[in-house]
Design a protein around this ligand. Sequence first.
Ligand code: SF4
Length: 361
Amino acid sequence: MSRDASPGGLTLRLEEEFRKTPLAENLGHSLAPQALEPLGPADYPAFGRGDLLVTRHRGEFIKPCPGTLNYNCCGLTIFHFGLGCTIGCRYCILEAYLGTAALVLFGNVAEGLADLRELLRRPPAERPRRFCTGEFTDSLLLDKRTGLAAELITMFAETEGAVLELKTKTDHTDHLLGLKHKGRTVISFSVNAPDICRCEESGAAPLSARLKAAQRAAAAGFPVGLHFDPLIVHPNWEEGYARTAQMIGEHLAGAEVAWVSLGCFRYLPSLKEVMLARHPETSIYDGEFIMGGDGKMRYPRPLRTRMYRTLVKALREALPEKTVIYMCMESPRVWRDVFGRDPETEGLAAELDRRAMELCG
Ligand code: SF4
């Protein structure tokens, strides 16, 4: 039986102005709301694990992926609906970045959905092709309570020339499988070597549960995506990643796998101290790292190249040729060493756009 990765024991704290919104009503089916004074991000650290804050977002809901200096980016556009995650991966930047273990959902998300609807009404040539949710959270962690993904899937099903990607480390997908999607939503699973899933992502659904959820999504006609990010050096990593690739082949034979991204472990120096204080037993920060051109610590280039080549070979054996395999936030030099070419950010984005358009017809 799979573990339920959704956070239990949540206290819903809701700003008064959002009490009558569809989001509050959906959350109210399983949680009793408590009143919350209007907050800003500077107030989030006063709350902690178990708090679910529904508050106003004052910035943009739709924005391009920020990418990272000197590395090729895949060019996704993000729909930003909330912050925080309880899965607790020991490499997660959120631990150092957010300053709180509380979860935050934007009570005015309807304004964001209206902006998105308007953007999707523009002719395809005048707007992005690929969208995702969850820059600072897991796309589906709370979705069984919020119902947001269903609204987005329906919106994209009604829009030609655009694809939505929902990325998760949960197996919270079955409530979406009956929706009309027209192949325009890719349900993506973040996966890793079995030992990394077990030890470093212990709050996530087990690897086999994620792949079974992917299998069910594919059976319901959804294209699926896979993300190996971060690839982590650990004892027998070659065998570990080969095993995951083999499991992918077993679960997704015949499925429409849109794309697989690969990204080696990288972190801001400040994250290491935070994580080692919380998880002194983890060894993922041991070993050799160098400072990259974006200020993040990365494995040395020859090691990254070896890891990518190992994965690409194993995945090519497991998946059909048309599956796009690409690297997330990698340097032109590593692209040339692994794939024999450097598409640059524009070329990579165009390649993924083409694949997205193939999927959604
Ligand atoms: S699932 Fe993603 S957002 Fe959540 S803790 Fe893990 S890395 Fe962070």
